[in-house]
Design a protein around this ligand. Structure first.
Ligand code: IPE
Ligand code: IPE
Ligand code: MG
Length: 246
């Protein structure tokens, strides 16, 4: 994986065009070291920076990470506060470097419920992103897969009632109402941290994604581990319901 593969060559190289990752295991990583859970989130944020850069360098087009779910508000207030602070730092850093690196970034989730400061930063990153083509990082923040589907249905119903669209909806039409509109479905979904569940992540989009689970906790996740996940992805036979050799 050391070679840089240009965007567009993925099909030939077998590289996943879109990788999605459930960033899990930060709390356990910290606990194992006798540290507060929040220390795990700080190291996890660094791991995200490292993996995002690597994905961009090897020619992955989209990286989508699950950073904060609609259910994560149920955690202790101190922990939620720390996670929001780290996300704020990350967005600020992204705003400062996106133009230089020509990176697109999109926040997927219910942004309306975030603080005014975060909302402004999200709007700013979206605005910068419109200027570039190329690698795109998607951060799922206050994201829930079911909520996303319900919101999409509501938005479609409103457009229908307003006469903006004609009755009749197909899968592509519905997908255009999701947060992920315009983003291809993930080819590879990685969950570090040992759990084997989706936890309400990209329920619609992962219909045909290849899943890769590892016990490695997210703060320990390395580029070598990503290479392993990609290698396994490349050995999979994606049939999409068809028969390979009829
Ligand atoms: C993932 O790590 C980060 C978030 C969900 C925000 P966790 O905080 O879930 O870590 P564990 O699963 O408790 O170890
Ligand atoms: C999933 O991890 C959500 C994020 C990584 C943001 P959780 O740690 O919240 O999931 P559960 O509770 O183990 O299902
Ligand atoms: Mg967890």
């Amino acid at each position: 994986m050391a070679n840089t593969i240009k965007a567009g060559e993925q099909e030939r190289s077998g590289l996943p065009r879109h990788i999605a990752i459930i960033l899990d295991g930060n709390g356990r990583w910290a606990k194992k070291r006798g540290l507060p859970r929040t220390a795990g989130h700080a190291v996890g944020a660094e791991t995200f920076r490292k993996i995002a850069t690597y994905c961009k360098n090897i020619g992955v087009e989209y990286l989508t990470v699950y950073a904060f779910s609609t259910e994560n508000w149920k955690r202790p207030p101190e922990e939620v506060k720390t996670i929001m602070k780290l996300l704020k730092n990350y967005l600020q850093e992204a705003i400062d470097t996106m133009e230089k690196d020509k990176i697109k970034m999109k926040v997927l989730g219910d942004v309306d419920e975030l603080s005014d400061e975060l909302k402004e930063m999200v709007a700013h990153t979206n605005e910068i992103s419109q200027r570039y083509e190329g690698f795109q990082a998607n951060i799922c923040l206050n994201y829930g897969g079911r909520a996303e589907i319900v919101k999409a249905a509501e938005r479609y119903a409103a457009d229908l009632a307003a006469g903006k669209v004609q009755p009749g909806l197909d899968e592509a039409g519905f997908a255009s109402y999701l947060y992920s509109a315009g983003i291809p479905d993930p080819d590879l979904l990685i969950r570090p941290g040992g759990e084997k569940r989706l936890s309400n992540f990209l329920l619609w989009q992962c219909a045909y994604s290849e899943f890769y689970y590892t016990d490695v906790l997210w703060p320990d996740f390395s580029t070598a581990e990503l290479d392993k996940a990609i290698a396994e992805f490349q050995s999979r036979d994606r049939r999409y319901g068809k028969v390979k050799n009829p």
